[in-house]
Design a binder for this molecule. Structure first.
Ligand code: PR8
Length: 469
């Protein structure tokens, strides 16, 4: 196990995010702290999607014949599907699949819903659990067999242009989601051999974990007309003709939360962006025998005021050493600590300590302005976390001129490697095999004039490769 894996597994337990001891491989229990983190993350995702998608919910079970309808799609998922074969003791006439994703659950319904061009575009999403019998090494949140926060959006358009515009729109939405979480990313168009089963093309977001391996944290697929033809998703044009629609879909998973934990964490534990932290501010009273009640009263009033202004605050008035409290809340990743002691009250000040820098600062205590001041500090924390994460990320993207140089880089710090590629499938696959890496894909807007680092012919694109999760 790598050092990062060990850190990751320990922090999930110590910070009470999930319990991995559930007796089904790849399926875990969300604990109260983790559930809050999950809830706030989903709120961000939901808020952004709600701008122009409608939320819906489809059943978990998909009839075998629907799942099997789209040949390429089912081939891509056939070894990952869990099946329900019995209802009690009765064998079912038709097996039912636990959804690995919901195209084949939704599109037969789209066939019923969509009649005319005026029904389009259709843009929906749902946040549900999906099941994939992953055969590769499972890891909590990163590769699970029950994905518990699968947020899948599905859109339908009258024409090709509508679908490709939607892909760009989805990329924008996902950028703003990851930006809110201060998680850096690269966006690439996946090579053909790695696209979503049934898609015309797939565009993916990848971030970098501290061990130098990339994690795919979101994907946007242009489905063209493949599924529309299979499921008869048609509409009537203005002139009365019947046409197949164009579709896209895009999805996020528990990996979004894994990336927040992995990207920002440090040797002291979690470091959570304020937007998703279950507790945004912890108040630690500095108590001496004398004046204890007064300090507590100040702390309570501060908590009340901050909460009234919409912040998530915890007052830690346990009768234990302040140092022990600091350690615990740092480990849990609370973005800001406030300390109030008798001397602060005397001086009309209070202390703030941001989790990301741990630099103590004295501020003037004014109950009327305190929420504003604290919010300001939290905004600074978000900005600094984002800057730090992007800087580390950018430093780990290296351009190489040869396959040997790529190999050397991968055996050291790993990270992401940018290189000139001819774009040929057999060359790309050969490179993947030789270097034991994944070709993430082609970077957008990066036409390249160099020489392909593998076959030496003309480089047509700038591509990225990395060791991946
Ligand atoms: C679709 N259909 O399904 P996708 N554990 C955790 N996260 C995972 C796992 C796993 N086992 N497998 C995939 N993901 C499309 C789009 C509806 C929505 C995450 O696409 O198969 C990955 O981050 O690419 C992936 O980008 C995302 O789910 C969507 O899955």
């Amino acid at each position: 196990m790598s050092k990062f894996s060990e850190w990751f597994n320990n922090i999930l337990e110590e910070a009470e995010i999930i319990d991995t001891r559930y007796p089904v491989k790849g399926m875990h229990v969300w604990l109260p702290q983790g559930f809050k983190l999950r809830k706030h993350t989903l709120e961000i995702i939901g808020k952004i999607l709600d701008r122009d998608h409608d939320e819906v919910q489809f059943p978990l079970l998909i009839p075998e014949d629907e799942l099997a309808k789209e040949g390429i799609h089912v081939k891509g998922f056939e070894d990952e599907v869990y099946w329900v074969t019995h209802g009690g003791l009765t064998e079912l006439n038709k097996k039912l699949a636990l959804r690995p994703t919901s195209e084949t659950a939704m599109y037969p319904m789209f066939n019923l819903w969509i009649r005319s061009h005026s029904d389009l575009p259709l843009k929906i999403y749902q946040t549900v659990n999906t099941f994939r019998y992953e055969t590769r090494h499972t890891r909590p949140l990163i590769r699970v067999r029950e994905i518990t926060t699968f947020t899948e959006a599905h859109t339908v358009h009258t024409d090709e242009e509508g679908a490709s515009k939607q892909v760009q729109e989805a990329l924008k939405l996902y950028k703003s989601i990851f930006d809110s979480l201060a998680v850096p990313y690269v966006i690439t168009t996946r090579p053909d051999w790695d696209k979503f089963p049934g898609a015309d093309y797939t565009v993916a977001f990848d971030t970098l974990m501290p061990d130098g391996k990339t994690l795919q944290i979101g994907t946007v697929h242009n489905l063209g007309q493949t599924f529309a033809r299979t499921f008869e998703v048609t509409y009537e044009t203005e002139s009365g003709e019947h046409q197949y629609a164009y579709q896209t879909c895009y999805g996020l998973s528990d990996r979004v939360i894994a990336s927040v934990i992995g990207v920002h964490g440090d040797e002291n534990g979690l470091c959570l962006p304020p937007a998703v932290a279950p507790v945004q501010v912890v108040i630690v009273p500095i108590i001496f025998k004398k004046g204890k009640e007064k300090v507590l009263e100040f702390c309570r009033k501060t908590k009340e005021t901050l909460e009234e202004d919409g912040l998530r605050v915890h007052l830690d008035d346990r009768d234990i050493r302040a140092g022990k409290k600091y350690y615990e809340w740092e480990m849990k990743g609370v973005p800001l600590r406030i300390e109030i002691g008798p001397r602060d009250i005397e001086n009309g000040t209070f202390v703030v300590v941001p989790r990301n820098t741990k630099q103590k600062e004295f501020l003037d205590y004014d109950l009327k302005k305190i929420s504003h001041m604290v919010q300001d500090k939290l905004d600074t924390v978000t900005m600094e976390m984002s800057e730090k994460a992007w800087k580390a990320f950018d430093e780990n993207i290296k351009t190489v001129q040869s396959a040997d140089e790529a190999l050397k880089q991968l055996s050291g710090d790993k990270g992401i490697i940018s290189f000139s590629w001819c774009g040929d499938t057999s060359c790309g696959k050969d490179l993947e095999e030789k270097l034991r890496v994944d070709l993430l894909g082609v970077q957008e807007y990066a036409p390249e004039e160099g020489t392909c680092i593998n076959c030496g012919s003309r480089g047509k694109v700038t591509a990225l490769l990395a060791r991946t999760y």
